[in-house]
Ligand binder design. Structure first.
Ligand code: MOS
Length: 707
């Protein structure tokens, strides 16, 4: 069962429209509709809020501003970023464009009036005000220094010292963030689109100042997350507050435009990458500085963008630093591949620049600097298969056909180029509990608050249980994402599949022991033995411990690896870049389901193409609003942009990750793929664009000379 390309067990429900998402849940009866009105300025103060017309309009049940919203728990960093309170309408201050200023349960209202103030909205303009935090949001130090990078780069002989810009990105899940809250008999049930159920429950309880026991969170169906549903947002808070105040079910969904203002974004970043190498290609120094946007909210998200440089290649002198520039722009949040995605697009472009300067093949340069030992932690890199990914990718892609000189291959009006990049993604383990129960009637029920955000969790959980218990897949019912089920770390950070599978496998082993103890022998027909010996059913739980307590995560540096290869054609008349084909080769431990895994990786790779060629959100430097905050102008690839793309998973088993040999894949596909496309553009044209995405306008000035 583990390793089988099983179709999603929830697939028929989803494609037939019978899967019920939070906004559509029926359990609460007929709900009222809430709507959030956001600020039309980026910084300022609410002088006056005239909502009298809205309050008296027919059908309006409730109108809240900062003047009359119920008391809420303070926005303090407790206990983690995932479960902290998220109070709304807390003051007359407006700290970012689109910040909620009015909440209405019904349809009509008068807009609140704002007074605008000048704000800091442009990263480049205010980059000089950057501050250096001590630690990153995920806990590592913001700065790590080894050796002397200045001396090494002065010595050369071959160096790269370049600056790269990566823009704001958004997670735009198909299902916008939505919540339906039901308050009855002193208990609040919130059906909400979230990646992390227990943490969202804590956040709701602390915001509403309720006891956690008074709150149930249910996220049985979630239509995509990509980081945008890790935290509780305004829609969940307002639905819950209003349901309690009115004693009626209330539902609130973000409009598509609100997804651009009320969820978090990946911060815009300015990178500086420094590399120095001997003439044989051995790195003597590497450095990566990142200066990123931070919001004015307490406890900014500090994305670990320079950490990729810490484990990817050997080099004696090393320096990685992160800086935060506070702008009057909403606080950023995790967006798929946080850290690695923007970090690798800069770092692996710099590696391509170094290969060009050295006149060494880019694959060869990476192989020369491969390492089995984490260069900064001085512990083994677990499951280090980077070289295998590079070699297998080069072979299957036909890398030896690459034009040796940039701008040397033409097909009609197109210049053709090949590019590649390495990928790395940290692998995390979080405390997770799963229960499994076998009933006398032959059913097996698995319960965990783990979520399925469209990735295939329901299916792989059934596979792991079927394999561990030796029972048919059809006998397994998978119940996920309710806060009254055993607690997990949810789906995020690429940790969900391994966490839940390992805990579930342990639960299944414990269940088999219970059955063996009662039956007096190991079972060869588990369901029959349960029927005979356990008329009331039998249950067991299994756990995964947090990585801080697990020696496998202190004795080994845990990562997954990939190598991506791209071929592009650049239209010499227009500067348009067309992806022609792409291949990713990945090593991510044992794969439970190659079909759902491949979908994840291809999705990530498409996002990588997007980061190279399409995607960027822009903030108006005067008003602080999102200039292209809708799907008409925030450009993402369509089918015609993605002609031929393949992901290959190496047959792998990482014995140091966990006893199943599994790691994560959700973010790996986006790691390095953007740089591979950008490097292909350089190989095609000889033009190095260091500000992403690589648009026609950036390429055109360099192209006419080539015609
Ligand atoms: Mo991921 S950005 O941790 O959902």
């Amino acid at each position: 069962m583990i390793g089988a390309a099983i179709n999603r067990i929830d697939g028929p429900l989803k494609v037939s429209g019978r899967a019920v998402y939070s906004y559509e849940r029926q359990e609460a009866g007929r709900p009222l509709y809430g709507f959030i009105r956001g600020a039309a300025i980026g910084k300022g103060r609410i002088k006056h809020a005239d909502v009298s017309a809205a309050e008296t309009a027919p059908g309006v049940h409730l109108v809240w501003t900062h003047l009359n919203v119920p008391a809420q728990g303070a926005y303090v960093p407790k206990p983690t970023m995932f479960d902290r309170p998220r109070p709304q309408l807390t003051s007359d201050r407006i700290t970012y464009y689109g910040e909620p200023v009015v909440f209405v349960v019904a349809e009509t209202f008068e807009a609140a009036r704002h007074e605008a103030e000048p704000g800091a909205f442009a990263l480049r303009r205010h980059a000089g005000n950057a501050e250096k935090p001590e630690t990153l949001s995920i806990g590592m130090p913001a700065e790590v220094r080894m050796g002397d990078i200045d001396a090494a780069t002065a010595q050369g002989p071959v160096t790269v010292d370049e600056s790269y810009d990566t823009p704001y990105h958004f997670s735009q899940a198909m299902e916008p963030p939505a919540a339906l809250a039901d308050w009855r008999d002193g208990h609040l049930t919130v059906y909400v689109a979230t990646q992390m159920v227990a943490q969202t429950r804590t956040a709701i309880a602390d915001t509403l100042m309720l006891d956690e026991k008074q709150v149930t969170v249910d996220a049985a169906c979630v239509g995509g997350g990509f980081g945008s549903k890790l935290y509780l947002h305004a829609e969940g808070v307002f639905a819950a507050l209003a349901a309690r105040s009115l004693g009626r079910p209330v539902k609130v969904a973000m409009t598509r435009r609100q997804v651009f203002t009320l969820t978090g974004h990946r911060p815009e970043m300015i990178h500086r990458v420094r590399l120095a190498a001997a003439s044989d290609g051995k790195l003597t120094a590497l450095g990566h500085d990142v200066n990123m946007q931070g919001g004015t909210e307490a406890g900014p998200w500090i994305e670990q963008a320079a950490t990729v440089a810490r484990s990817l290649y050997a080099a004696p002198s090393r320096l990685t630093r992160h800086y935060i520039t506070t702008l009057d722009v909403k606080a950023s949040e995790a967006v798929r591949g946080p850290g690695e995605m923007p970090g690798l697009i800069a770092f692996e472009t710099a590696m391509d620049e170094l290969a060009f300067a050295l006149r060494i093949d880019p694959v060869e340069l990476r192989l020369k600097n491969d390492t089995e030992i984490d260069p900064e932690l001085s512990i083994p890199l677990s499951g280090r298969r980077l070289a295998d990914c590079l070699r297998e990718g080069a072979r299957q892609f036909g890398w030896d056909e690459r034009p040796a000189t940039p701008a040397s291959r033409r097909e009609g009006r197109y210049l053709i180029g090949y590019g590649m990049a390495a990928g790395i993604r940290m692998h995390f383990q979080g405390a997770t509990e799963v229960s499994v129960r076998a009933e006398a009637d032959g059913r097996v029920v698995v319960r965990s608050d783990m979520t399925d955000i469209g990735t295939g969790t329901y299916t792989i959980v059934a596979q792991v249980a079927a394999e561990a218990l030796g029972v048919p897949l059809e006998s397994i019912a998978v119940l996920l994402a309710r806060s009254d089920f055993p607690k997990s770390m949810g789906a995020g950070g690429s940790w969900g599949a391994a966490n839940v599978s390992v805990a579930l496998d342990r639960a299944c082993q414990a269940l088999k022991e219970k059955i063996r103890d009662r039956a007096g022998r190991p079972s060869n027909n588990l369901l029959a033995d349960v029927r005979v010996h356990f008329p009331d059913g039998v249950e067991a739980t299994g756990r995964t411990i947090g990585q801080a307590q697990d020696p496998n995560y202190t004795n080994f540096s845990q990562n997954t690896y990939g190598a991506s290869f791209a071929e592009v054609g650049v239209d010499t008349h227009t500067g348009e870049v067309r992806l022609r084909r792409m291949l990713g080769v990945f090593a991510a431990g044992r794969i439970v389901n190659p079909k759902t895994a491949r979908s994840q990786l291809i999705g990530g790779m498409i996002w990588g193409v997007s980061s190279a060629l399409h995607e960027a959100a822009a903030v108006d430097p005067h008003r602080g609003c999102w200039v292209n905050g809708d799907l008409a102008e925030y450009v993402v690839p369509v089918h015609a942009d993605i002609p031929d793309i393949e992901a290959i998973l190496l047959d792998d088993h990482d014995e140091h990750a966990n006893h199943l040999g599994m790691k994560g894949i959700g973010e790996l596909g986006v790691c390095g793929t953007g740089a591979a496309v950008g490097n292909a553009v350089f190989n095609a044209t000889g033009i190095r664009v260091r500000s992403f995405p690589i648009t026609m306008a950036k390429l055109l000035p360099g192209l006419p000379a080539l015609i």
